[in-house]
Design a protein around this ligand. Structure first.
Ligand code: HEC
Ligand SMILES: [Cu+2]
Length: 320
């Protein structure tokens, strides 16, 4: 099992944390056992034939003419056919389990891939309105969420291995996937289709939480920015002048749609799809020189002086 430093099992199909991942994990284990047994029997057969061959040579017998050879071949062919048929059947059943339309999902989430970040929108069940955020997916435990995936540019692939298998995000072809998480915690998703220079920096923080904390999280996301005294910070007008053409901060005049919604940016765990941890310093670094941290990113260098970037970072760090 792959274990890297402190992030053990946060991104692993071997530690399933949802029904869909369990179905795939069971299939994986079955395939491992069946192919392991076949491999072991091939090795046993090989050893046996080497030993038999030596003994036969000593007694000057022509092994190829022994009747047991033919029987052995038929036996092997039967075992292989049965094993492969069992695997085909199992993978067919796993596939059905993943894609059978279940009871009405509790919630709809729309995820749009962009080079190289994720736009995430939750449908408010009461009003039908979409609540937008980015790069961090929250899911209520033991409820089924239907994820509608699409892309705004090239082919990407949505993959949170602890929760479910992959699904491609193909231009002009919306896809969907049901997620039924069962284990609380933080997980890591990753774009799984090479999509350009910063494909590796297209990660997704995923939080599975109980229904109550999910509901209060979603209510916070739905609300406009809690501006209060932030409005009078020197960073606010700088943001309006340099950033508002690409970013939304609900409750202000910033309405640009080219980049992630920043209404509650400081409440997220990381910056720029998992590129940097969310700290005030990280925000400032990103604002001053996004192209150095994520070369090729669609966010241009701002050209702001360090002190003005610092002021904008102060402003954003207040947007919880
Ligand atoms: C031309 C459009 C554009 C402009 C102008 C722009 N940004 Fe961005 N911004 C983006 C895009 C696109 C991303 C996503 C980059 C990525 O992750 O690859 C982004 C990402 C970000 C993020 C990380 C968001 C997240 O969810 O992690 C922050 C913070 C940010 N921008 C702040 C700013 C600030 C502050 C300014 C003004 C100084 C600014 N941006 C100007 C397009 C822009
Ligand atoms: Cu991608």
């Amino acid at each position: 099992m792959l274990v890297i430093g402190g992030c053990a099992h946060q991104q692993s199909p071997l530690a399933p944390a949802g029904d869909q991942a369990v179905a795939l994990h069971q299939l994986l284990i079955l395939m491992f056992i069946v192919s392991g047994l076949l491999y072991a029997s091939v090795l046993v057969g090989l050893c046996w034939s080497v030993l038999r061959g030596k003994a036969a040579a000593a007694r000057k017998i022509n092994v190829a003419q022994e009747p047991s050879i033919g029987k052995g071949l038929w036996g092997a062919a039967t075992v292989i056919t049965l094993a492969l048929t069992a695997l085909i059947l199992a993978s067919f059943l796993a596939d059905r389990a993943l894609f059978s339309t279940r009871a009405q999902p509790a919630m709809l989430v729309r995820i749009t891939a962009h080079q190289w970040w994720w736009r995430i929108e939750y449908q408010d069940a009461a009003t039908g309105k979409w609540i937008e955020t980015a790069n961090e997916l929250h899911l209520p435990v033991s409820r089924t969420t239907r994820v509608l995936v699409r892309t705004s540019d090239v082919i990407h692939s949505f993959w949170v291995p602890n929760v479910a298998g992959k699904i491609d995000m193909v231009p002009g072809r919306p896809n969907q996937l049901d997620l039924t998480p069962r284990r609380l915690g933080w997980y890591r998703g990753q774009c799984a289709e090479y999509c350009g220079a910063q494909h590796a920096h297209m990660a997704l923080d995923v939080r599975i939480e109980d229904a109550r904390s999910f509901d209060s999280w979603l209510a916070r996301q739905a609300a406009p920015a809690q501006l209060g005294s932030l409005q009078s910070l020197p960073g606010a007008p700088v943001f309006d002048a340099h950033c508002a053409s690409c970013h939304v901060i609900r409750g202000t005049s910033a309405k640009g749609k080219a980049g992630p919604d920043l209404t509650h940016i400081a409440g997220r765990r990381s910056i720029a799809a998992g590129t940097l941890p969310m700290t005030r310093g990280g925000l400032q670094g990103w604002i001053v020189q996004p192209q150095a941290l994520k070369p090729g990113t669609m966010m241009p260098a701002s050209g702001l002086s360090a002190s003005r970037a610092d002021a904008v970072a102060d402003y954003l760090a207040g947007l919880k």
